[in-house]
Design a protein around this ligand. Structure first.
Ligand code: FEO
Length: 395
């Protein structure tokens, strides 16, 4: 059922407590998610975004509890990935002639997904839609995170509808940021930014500055996933300005995979050495198989430097490390430093290959890393510890 968030705006989305992975299995969603859709009832009525395909019938049935569908004057589609456009077919079956407002790229994506000849109205930045006492202004936000993305600003109620921007995969029945655990929300908001928006940070930075320069009064930010930013909505904008600008904390993350524990022992010794040299730095050790890949990537996002360790296997590195290196490259981290480590039995190629892959990802390589033959004994582990001390000093 819908939830009224202002006299004119009702949330009509779907809270998905069961969602544990997103984008296939590309992104873990430990805390579930929501697909937020908003119904604006003014002299004219507009629906902003819909829901994910599995909930299309539920979405339309719930919407009918809020309004006679024939009273909807406009459908606004801000971004057309299927988690937001998935209920369009079910909805438009009932109101086939209602205009769908979206960017030109949005129209192409809707056509490409659903192959329907609906009544599209293309909008650009600055275009407006008068609803009577309020007005919607569209702001294109290409590549945040798809080419079709746009934001919508509602005057008088001073609401920015931001679609994926400022969102989090976070299920809550409470809806507003002042009614939930703030640290949980920020954990999920950062994970969301890192894993979805980070590759587009230059565009994010530019777009946010452009919106701030518009000096729009802002009472609320309504994203398409997670909570609505009602209490001090600018706080998440300020966070985005930091996150989009080569974000790092005083953290070093040591990530490893291991076959027979040798690379794990090396990881622990290197981490001890880092702490010896600088006990102000936060050191985290993560296992590439046992820890969640997106949580590892989020820890890299927070780090000023990281180390990647793998035993050499079949003249290369492990399956888990291979996947992680591919994701590190795709997320386009900026101003991170790294090095490789690992145990080996004969060829010992993993360090060199990991280093090459990190270079491909435009990560600054601190040094050639460290590798140890077979099972490291105490003196070898002391060398790893010393390596950790020197790693910190060379940052
Ligand atoms: Fe939430 Fe890019 O879809």
């Amino acid at each position: 059922m819908g939830k009224q968030i202002t006299p004119k705006v009702t949330w009509v989305g779907k809270i998905d407590w069961e969602l544990k992975s997103f984008h296939g299995d590309e992104l873990s969603t430990h805390k579930g998610s929501s697909y937020n859709s908003y119904l604006i009832k003014d002299e004219k009525t507009a629906l902003i975004d819909t829901s994910w395909i599995p909930y299309d019938k539920e979405f339309v049935a719930n919407l009918k509890q809020e309004i006679d569908l024939n009273k909807i004057d406009y459908v606004i589609m801000q971004h057309n990935e299927c988690d937001h456009s998935g209920a369009l077919v079910e909805l438009m079956r009932e109101i086939p002639d209602v205009p769908i407002y979206c960017t030109a790229k949005g129209e192409a994506i809707i056509r490409g997904h659903y192959h329907k000849d609906w009544n599209f109205v293309n909008v650009k930045t600055g275009d407006t839609l008068d609803l009577g006492t309020t007005k919607l202004t569209f702001i294109e936000a290409p590549m945040l995170h798809w080419p079709d993305t746009m934001f919508t600003y509602m005057s008088e109620e001073n609401i920015l509808f931001s679609n994926d921007g400022f969102g989090q995969h976070y299920a809550t029945e409470s809806l507003f940021n002042d009614a939930v655990d703030s640290s949980e929300v920020y954990t999920e908001a950062m994970k969301y930014y890192c894993n979805i928006l980070n590759p587009f940070s230059p565009m994010a930075l530019k777009k946010i500055k452009e919106i701030l320069a518009m000096n729009l009064p802002l009472d609320m930010i309504c994203p398409s996933h997670g909570i609505i930013w009602k209490e001090n909505p600018s706080q998440i904008v300020e966070k985005y300005l930091q996150w989009a600008d080569s974000y790092q904390e005083n953290q070093i993350t040591v990530i490893y995979d291991t076959m027979w524990q040798s690379t794990r022992l090396m990881a622990q010794a290197i981490a001890k050495g880092i702490q010896d040299a600088d006990n102000s730095v936060t050191v985290k050790i993560m296992n590439a198989v046992k820890d969640d890949k997106n949580d590892i990537l989020t820890e890299i996002f927070k780090s000023k430097a990281f180390l990647i360790g793998s035993p050499t296997i079949n003249n290369g590195y492990s399956f888990a490390i291979a996947g992680l290196l591919e994701m590190i490259k795709g997320l386009k981290f900026k101003k991170k430093k790294a090095a490789a480590f690992g145990s080996y039995g004969w060829s010992g190629d993993a360090n060199k290959l990991i280093t090459e892959k990190l270079q491909e990802a435009k990560i600054e390589i601190v040094n050639e890393g460290i590798r140890k033959l077979w099972v490291p004994d105490q003196s070898m582990l002391e060398e790893c510890r010393q390596y950790g001390r020197e790693f910190v000093k060379s940052l």
